[in-house]
Design a protein around this ligand. Structure first.
Ligand code: SF4
Length: 325
């Protein structure tokens, strides 16, 4: 693929958090939240990033934006490695990369009006020259997310959960970014409202040519919006491919188990649910070899000894599993 088609490319990204103990708070180990992952996102596409809670997907999103500092690796965005940028350069780059958080209740300042919340990034990046221009711009952004002028003077507590997430989307859109990282943007919302917010995000993507990294713990949520899907388990990406291919031909046993858990509309259709034993192991001391081996229904001797390579098995269908070799 031509480099210019990739808006974002992550190479061997690691994010380890030190574990401190004792009176002197010595480092006694590391939580390997993100452990050597590589992927790219094409211009204008949505990459869904899926996995159970604690698998490192939110840490991945935050590390890309440098809200958390990477332990090592490369994050290429518009031709520059973000990890080489100083604070000032990174601040101006942030205009291009915005984030929408899971909890619209917690991520909006309760003491600010909607006009203040959506207008703040315009001020930070000097995108408006006076109050009138700011007001007009905020009005126009609110309209694009389905809110109106009369909402401008209201405070976050006066809105429903779905409307609050629309305000979160408006704030992200305000600076006209090219990439939006959505960190479980609909998980806190009712199912009926989830679809509205996802549809809105799709409409905005088409209108503004946005590129999304859409993080969720549920494959059924990312199914609708994603072009490609990456499945994460305990700090590693275990499978990544085009959406239809993933649903039709899941290669990794973990992906197969996630897919088997999705309810199907047809009550007469048969589906065997794959129940995984045990909980996700600790990322402080992850299992040897394939990290999924203690829970994998198809584990072999080699699985606890050797880490499977993350490889392309044709047509950009990447997976890491010894069964495929
Ligand atoms: Fe299961 Fe082994 Fe494949 Fe890991 S490498 S997913 S343990 S079969």
């Amino acid at each position: 693929m031509a480099a210019e088609e990739k808006l974002l490319e992550i190479k061997n990204l690691k994010k380890y958090f030190p574990v401190k103990a004792g009176v002197f708070r010595r480092t006694v180990g590391y939580v390997k939240a993100v452990d050597d992952i590589s992927f790219f996102i094409k211009n204008g596409e949505t990459l869904g990033l899926v996995g159970e809670s604690g698998c490192g997907k939110s840490t991945t999103g935050r590390t890309i934006l440098r809200l958390l500092e990477a332990t090592s690796g490369e994050i290429w965005f518009e031709g520059r490695n973000l990890l080489d940028l100083n604070k000032r350069e990174m601040r101006s780059m942030r205009k291009e990369m915005q984030i929408i958080f899971q909890d619209p209740y917690a991520s909006l300042n309760p003491r600010m009006t909607v006009e203040g919340i959506v207008g703040e990034p315009l001020d930070i990046h000097n995108l408006v020259s006076n109050k009138k221009e700011r007001r007009e711009k905020v009005k126009q952004i609110l309209k694009s997310v389905g809110l109106s002028e009369e909402h401008m003077k209201r405070y976050p507590h006066e809105f429903s959960g779905g409307q609050r997430q629309r305000i979160g989307v408006a704030r992200a859109l305000a600076v006209d970014p090219s990439l939006i990282i959505s960190d479980e943007p609909v998980s806190a919302l009712d199912v009926s409202i989830q679809a509205q917010v996802i549809n809105l995000m799709q409409d905005l993507q088409a209108e503004y040519g946005l590129t999304y990294l859409f993080i969720a713990h549920d494959l059924s949520v990312v199914k609708h919006i994603s072009d490609r899907i990456a499945v994460m388990y305990l700090g590693k990406i275990v499978e990544l491919c085009e959406k239809r291919e993933l649903f039709k031909n899941p290669m990794h046993p973990y992906t197969q188990s996630l897919l088997s858990a999705i309810p199907i509309a047809d009550p007469t259709a048969k589906k065997d649910r794959i129940i995984l034993e045990g909980d996700v192991p600790s990322p402080v001391d992850p299992p040897s070899g394939c990290r999924f081996h203690p829970r994998c229904p198809r584990a072999m001797d080699i699985c606890s000894e050797k880490e499977p390579e993350f490889k392309d098995y044709g047509d950009e269908h990447f997976a890491a599993c010894h069964l495929l070799d």
